[in-house]
Design a binder for this molecule. Sequence first.
Ligand code: FES
Length: 165
Amino acid sequence: MAVENQCCCTQTNEAELYPELEKIIAEHQGKPEDLIMVLHKAQNLFGYLPRKVQEMVAEGLGVSLNEVYGVITFYAFFSTVPKGRHSVKVCLGTACYVRGGQRVIEKIKKELSLKVGGTTEDRRYSLDVVRCIGACGLSPAILVNDDVYGRVKITKLAEILERYE
Ligand code: FES
């Protein structure tokens, strides 16, 4: 099951990050042209971009919240939900798609009870789709953290995922 909220211990940790975010924003105060750079720094800090962070960035840089949200949703590398400890990316580029990438992602969604873009409740895995990871000759391919798995067989997916605690 995917989660939208974090547990209380995560929130406590996050609270400690806000002074650091304030420093980052102060360095770019009133500079809307720095929006993407600041969002990158904020995501590196928090691991994702919660609503409160978006509001602080918008106010500090002098842009609307809508503009911030527009940038976040346009670029796939920004996330508004917390990411899991292990990033599972399924390639749906052309080569992988024609060789069963869609079946791979359906199986992983079922295996983890997860939607694309979501994170498991225990924050063990996040699931995303990518368009080519440079392993077309090994399609269908998936990426778990920095590990590429090629010629992925649906029957082996559970075993692959289990390797990541
Ligand atoms: S299309 Fe999947 S690795 Fe290139």
